[in-house]
Design a protein around this ligand. Structure first.
Ligand SMILES: [Zn+2]
Length: 211
């Protein structure tokens, strides 16, 4: 490519392009030859006393064929390359990406800018424990850790779960109605607006329960 370009410099011309592949998936592979090509162009310009202006043109963008090829290449790079030995770093990245994608599939409500991070630390902890179910309520203690005589709530109406405490337990009906005069869904109590997220841990603290 660079030889063709430098030989073209012998003739008069106003514009030309050096395809660089900046937006392609194999930019790293092309970086060396591009650097070499640019050096030779510069050298030729100096020898010929010509001037070259370099401009970045995103040629891949908006061209449907290239966009499709780019998408396929990207998808392909995520596939397991059974016939190619992987380095430790590549294997580590592949496992990390696969685990991350699996986790995102299992947590469709994950939000990178979770409003929960704006709560005070102790309220973040309560919210996290309510969301994950990893908490000190009887249901988790008894069924997961084998602690306690049963999973029942002291009200004996149901297992002591997050849903029970936040939605139905008669023992905390009065407290709930003070925080939420109108019934709202649990999704909003745990993943709603900042105001919703602020109300929930306060309400839990008022129950006196250790979450
Ligand atoms: Zn209860």
């Amino acid at each position: 490519m660079e030889q063709e370009y430098t030989s073209n410099l012998q003739v008069e011309m106003k514009n030309d392009c050096i395809p660089t592949g900046v937006y392609s998936s194999n930019f790293r592979a092309e970086a060396g030859p591009i650097r070499e090509g640019a050096y030779r162009v510069k050298k030729s310009c100096t020898e010929l006393k010509k001037m070259a202006f370099l401009s970045d043109i995103p040629s891949h963008c908006g061209i449907s064929g290239n966009e499709i090829a780019g998408t396929l290449a990207k998808d392909g790079s995520k596939q397991c390359q059974r016939d190619k030995p992987a380095t430790y770093k590549e294997a580590k990245n592949a496992i990390k990406n696969a685990q991350r994608n699996l986790w995102l599939t299992k947590h469709p409500h994950f939000n990178k800018v979770d409003l929960c991070h704006q709560l005070q630390r102790s309220h973040q902890v309560i919210t996290f424990r309510l969301r994950t179910g990893h908490n000190r309520l009887n249901s988790h203690l008894h069924t997961k850790l084998g602690i306690g005589a049963s999973d029942q709530c002291p009200c004996l109406s149901a297992a002591m779960t997050v849903e029970n405490i936040l939605l139905t337990c008669p023992n905390y009906r009065h407290l709930r109605s003070q925080t939420w005069p109108e019934a709202i869904i649990i999704q909003r109590k745990l993943y709603g607006s900042l105001r919703d997220l602020q109300d929930t841990p306060v309400s839990i603290e008022e129950t006196g329960l250790s979450i």
